[in-house]
Design a binder for this molecule. Structure first.
Ligand code: NAD
Length: 259
């Protein structure tokens, strides 16, 4: 089992107990890490505080990733409380619901919807990595993991502008990895199979995507958040020390399926 004793991590992207980022937080905490967990806006604060009560002495902080000030405040607090940072989990994503609705023509993607989706779902990884780098450098290195989906490479019905954001996110993983690698900071993505979460509920026809995976993925089933968290432990912990700039598929093998 991954040992994260004495390590400090930042988890961005917990909305509720079904969040993939929450499963990773639980696994990291079980492995011995002390965590900072952020919430997006007051609406989610209580959820995140209640959930985090099961963690070891967590630091709970507000962070809307569209705000440079809130991002800066997060890293200031982490510097004060933890004195450094060993890992970052990025699980923030958003697209306007109407642009993922059944029958929405991708060609109608609005400029505002595009900008907001790319800002929250892709640019935020760059901004958070920038904030994390000095704190990770002080520890001699670190590991950053974000969450993506195969819709970055292939067309999935109704995934629309989120697919474009995931393509930008995966390219950002590679450019960030190249930029911060000399500081012994690794940057990777996990491409998860479909899982019923709050974010997934915004994608029209999501249940039929789940069914297609059950029918066609090599493992003939879907994955769950604990399986994504297990892969994250590999990338965050010492076993993944030689891995960076990678998109690791945790999707029951679906990505390899042609027909
Ligand atoms: P989720 O709804 O639990 O998590 C999405 C998170 O993004 C929420 O915590 C939300 O608060 C946060 N967020 C949205 N806008 C934000 C903002 N402006 N500032 C800060 N945070 C913001 O759903 P999830 O499925 O656990 O999603 C986590 C990640 O996993 C996302 O990147 C998602 O695209 C990715 N992913 C999900 C699936 C799936 O099928 N559920 C598959 C592959 C990848």
């Amino acid at each position: 089992m991954t040992d994260l004793n004495g390590k400090h991590g930042l988890i961005v992207g917990v909305a509720n107990k079904r969040s993939i980022a929450w499963a990773i937080a639980e696994a990291a905490s079980r492995a011995g890490a002390r965590l900072a967990v952020t919430y997006q806006g007051e609406r989610l604060e209580e959820n995140v505080r209640e959930l985090s009560a099961s963690l070891q002495n967590p630091l709970i902080l507000p962070c809307d990733v569209t705000s440079d000030q809130q991002i800066a405040d997060v890293f200031t607090r982490i510097g004060q409380e933890f004195g450094g940072l060993d890992f970052l989990v990025h699980g923030a994503a958003y697209a306007p619901r109407e642009e993922l609705a059944a029958g929405f023509p991708f060609v109608q993607t609005s400029r505002a919807g595009f900008n907001l989706t790319l800002d929250v779902s892709a640019y935020s990884l760059i901004a958070l990595t920038r904030g994390a780098v000095p704190l990770m450098e002080s520890r001699g290195g670190g590991s950053i993991v974000t969450l993506t989906y195969l819709g970055s490479e292939r067309v999935f019905q109704n995934y629309n502008v989120m697919g474009v954001a995931k393509a930008a996110l995966e390219a950002s993983v590679r450019y960030l990895a190249a930029d911060v690698g000399q500081k012994n900071i690794r940057v990777n993505a996990i491409s998860a199979g479909p899982i019923k979460t709050l974010a997934a509920s915004g994608i029209s026809g999501f249940s039929s995507i789940l069914q297609v995976y059950r029918d066609r993925a090599p493992l003939r089933r879907n994955v769950d958040t604990a399986e994504v968290a297990a892969a994250a432990m590999f990338l965050l912990g010492p076993a993944g020390r030689g891995v960076t700039a990678e998109v690791l598929m945790v999707d029951a093998g679906y990505h390899a399926t042609g027909m």
